[in-house]
Write a protein that binds this ligand. Structure first.
Ligand SMILES: [Zn+2]
Length: 99
């Protein structure tokens, strides 16, 4: 994807294309004169403003990061007789946008 109109976020100094949470298509700017910050997915017509995309991606990334920590703690606990850990990963599948 080298289309200039695709939307990217920078996480840990790496650029990630923002994908539609529903069909995993790279979302793109759909700006028109009267809706200058309209972005979204051309396949399923999910639309949002830049701010909404950023919020959704941040939430998605935080959940992924939290799940990774929970997974690691769970593995550590499984290897130990003295530690039990019953943290549950976040199972939210309704992200509007993902990376
Ligand atoms: Zn879509």
């Amino acid at each position: 994807m080298t289309d200039d109109s695709n939307i990217y976020v920078t996480i840990d100094q790496q650029q990630h294309p923002v994908l539609c949470g529903l069909c995993k298509n790279a979302i793109a700017s759909r700006a028109e004169v009267d809706t200058p910050d309209d972005v979204g997915c051309v396949i399923c017509d999910t639309r949002a403003t830049n701010e909404e995309v950023l919020e959704a991606v941040q939430k998605y990334f935080q959940d992924q990061h939290q799940n990774e920590i929970i997974r690691q703690l769970g593995e550590t606990a499984r290897g130990s007789k003295f530690i039990t850990f019953d943290g549950k990963p976040v199972r939210n599948t309704s992200y509007k946008f993902i990376v």
